[in-house]
Ligand binder design. Sequence first.
Ligand code: ZN
Ligand code: ZN
Length: 414
Amino acid sequence: MSVGLVRGSQVRVSLNRLRSRGSAAFFSPPGLLPPTRTLGLLHHVRLPFASAWSTPLGLPFPQGRLANFRGLTTETPSSSPSVENPYQTYSFYTFVNLPPERVVHLQRQIRRHLHEELRVKGRIYLATEGINGQVACPVSNVDQLRSYLLGYPEFQTLVLNEATEHSESFLKLIVTIRNQLVRDEVPPSQCDIAQQPEYLSPAEWHAELAEADPERLTLLDMRNNYESAIGHFKHATLPDAATFAAEVPMMRDLVRGKEKEPVYMYCTGGIRCSKAGAILKSEGFQNVRMLRGGITAYGRYIRETGLPSLYLGRNFTFDERLGEPISPDVLGECYQCSTPHEHYTNCVGKACNTLFIQCPTCAQTYHNTCGDTRCLDYVQNPPDPTNREPTRWNHIERVDPTVVKIRIQNNIRQ
Ligand SMILES: [Zn+2]
Ligand SMILES: [Zn+2]
């Protein structure tokens, strides 16, 4: 594991990971930390630099020095995961119509019980359309967590999914009220969330797709373009949208006139299809079929059964890994040299942070940046740490690799 040591809350995250894993590698500017510094002393180190640094690929930090803290054993606070009672990460969601006053009531009740009784950490979102959460729970309390949530009459259909990646970065429990669980810009009057699509188990999904005629199959990838760029189901239509809200009108165009035909859809964990399926069902589509548990559940099914995967490439994930392999196919390509490659990275330019695919050769050539002259300049001439950090210069570029690619090509031509 490689993490950047930063000021403020991210230092706490780093130390929390260090406690739970017992070892970590820190990149630090020259002279900051001698390699033999112990964790006990680290707590008292004042960090004399202002910038947040991290390299997702674990590549050598520019002009930096690696301080190793391997094999440290530290005392574990009682509220942190321990060997005897480790934390397990779960995600869950269910769409159900909740009156606004009920949402407020649920927020208070759930926060109090999960925090005080079950020592759960993580993020839970509540909206008038349902609940969505990603939480870490002590293994000994998982059954209580499940029965507590299912004890609410509204949450009878809620499924607690064990995550593939066990995140240790939750410091506390946050229960927030949102306008929507999945932002879609569809007026509530036009979408009845109770009209859910047909949920297919990974086995049913695999069997139906394996037998389907590719010429007549309507199979929609309901994820963003940068997710489907590194993996998708065979014969799927991949809308070129950077957000779910932008994808909804594209979905409508793709299925127009197919009200009576089967429309298949999938996403990472199912939540976006539960929403998209309800939108189509509300608009008169009779046979909308989605993959229960999403690609994550399908990947588990393929690993368990050994069947040939109908999903090619990687499943993009919103955690440190930025993706997990489902099949050995490489679908993505480096945005700088176009050679086949499947790993995403973030530009190390602090104000840029663009998400894009980069091969190891280009990572070296462009010093782990997107190639923008401002990012290269930032790495080669780090700013004076006493100055305030620069603000982001373009938010859109962070999530739209096509824009990045165009911009990079322009830079190369210049
Ligand atoms: Zn490349
Ligand atoms: Zn950049």
